[in-house]
Design a protein around this ligand. Structure first.
Ligand code: DGL
Length: 282
């Protein structure tokens, strides 16, 4: 490799990974990337003006995802993670055909680990209405093992309850009991937390399912899969690039202060600035 090419490759490796979600939920995925790939820089976009995606149509979620990808490309990202189950279910297949960068969603990694985890071949999936109705988790799980039965349940009240901060509230517990009742009756032994907000309800859900059900958080597996993908493409950041405030950048389409407040309650460090942009311009 010539000196010039080596320089270009190094610059590319030091470019950030673009991570996007409909709002704050994808921070649970960003958090796993920060923990597992500490050398990687991140540009995060939360579509706080147009959240929720979970009740929107496929066409709309594809249009939003395309705009966000165009914005992330202006930030010079080297790869993209769709840190949103709904957008991964509805838009990934479409946008990856058009993109010249590696892109990853959260569904396949989650499905893969759940298929490995289950012993009795009965997996529950909880998520937004759009994710559950898309049956994409079922498809990915059954591609791993067609004998596995998948039981989906949409839990639309969880997102507002989490955003309200009612992570351990008795009201949330009662709602969760009602949602999970059906799945527990099916005798599932693994439960995919198929929405970015749900890992924040982990301890409450654990009380309801008991220890015999494995809770699968796709965010962790997504970070691992990102690590393999970057290595395979020769794009992993060897470190030594920017650090501190520059390492992670946050953009939103609305309510930057509210986003910052939520982010600071779940990320392992305090974010200082969140920039608001007009995503409709992209
Ligand atoms: N981030 C979304 C997901 O993982 C949940 C919030 C929404 O409905 O936009 O499906």
């Amino acid at each position: 490799m010539s000196e010039h090419n080596r320089g270009e490759r190094e610059a590319l490796c030091q470019a950030p990974v673009g991570v996007f979600d409909s709002g704050v939920g994808g921070l649970t995925v960003a958090r796993e990337i920060m923990r597992n790939l500490p050398e990687e820089r991140i540009v995060y976009f939360g579509d706080t003006a147009r959240v929720p995606y979970g009740s929107k149509s496929k066409d709309t979620v594809i249009r939003y995802s395309r705009q966000i990808i165009r914005f992330l490309k202006t930030q010079g990202v080297k790869a993209i993670v769709i840190a949103c189950n709904t957008a991964s279910a509805l838009a990934l297949e479409e946008v990856e055909k058009e993109l010249d960068l590696p892109i990853l969603g959260v569904l396949k990694p989650g499905a893969r680990v759940a298929a490995k985890t289950t012993r009795n071949k009965k997996i529950g999936v909880i998520g937004t209405e759009s994710t559950i109705n898309s049956h994409m988790y079922d498809r990915f799980i059954q591609a791993q093992d067609p004998e596995i039965s998948v039981y989906g349940k949409a839990c639309p009240l969880f997102v507002p309850l989490v955003e309200e901060g009612w992570l351990k509230d008795p009201v949330t517990e009662e709602v969760a009991r009602r949602y999970l009742d059906e799945l527990m009756h099916q005798g599932i032994d693994s439960l995919i937390l198929g929405c970015t907000h749900y890992p924040l309800l982990r301890s409450l859900l654990r009380r309801i399912t008991g220890e015999s059900v494995t809770l699968v958080n796709p965010a962790y597996e997504t970070a691992k899969e990102l690590e393999s993908l970057l290595k395979e493409k020769g794009l992993a950041n060897p470190g030594g690039g920017t650090d501190g405030a520059d390492r992670y950048q946050f953009f939103v389409s609305d309510a930057a202060d509210k986003f910052k407040h939520f982010a600071n309650s779940i990320l392992p460090y305090d974010i200082e600035t969140t920039k608001k942009i007009n995503i409709e311009e992209f």
